[in-house]
Ligand binder design. Sequence first.
Ligand SMILES: [Zn+2]
Length: 188
Amino acid sequence: MKPITAANVRAFAAHLQGKYKAPIIDQSSPLIHVLEALLELMGLDAIEGSVSKWLSKWSISLRRFVYLCFVPGGRKIPLALQVGILVHEYTHIRRQKKDRRFFVRYIFRSSFRCKYEVEAIKAQMEILHLLGRELTPEVAVGTLKAYGLTRADRSVALKQLRYYHTHIVERGRMAQAVAKVARDWWAD
Ligand SMILES: [Zn+2]
């Protein structure tokens, strides 16, 4: 297994960008204005008080790009957690390539957004377990408030993720495609 160093996290981020052909953007990208408008449309700016505050705390993937609230390999958040977030976001990218309705559903339908988040969190839990860092369903679902999921959606998500954590993650199994890609890359 490769050590989780800043250089390896950067290389892993580059690997995912190449494999899924979706670039990582930050606040300096011209696309950021499109993203800001979408966040307002989703009402997410109100959750954190402003769009810029939201962007400083959270990551999101729409269309063919991944917005990260941190620089891969940087010091803002622990490196293992960065790997987890990368796997989460590229699970969204992979789903968008398979499901052409993703974009509209993710933006406008909280219940669909919930479904897509559950999938991405499953992948994130799997890779973090492999790296010896557990992401509990409770902590994961806590983050979904920032993505505008209703209390009812979050309780559905919690139930599904608890089941998945017990029966798949804790047993060291892996079922999510991007988590497997990550496992193979880090094991190499
Ligand atoms: Zn997500």
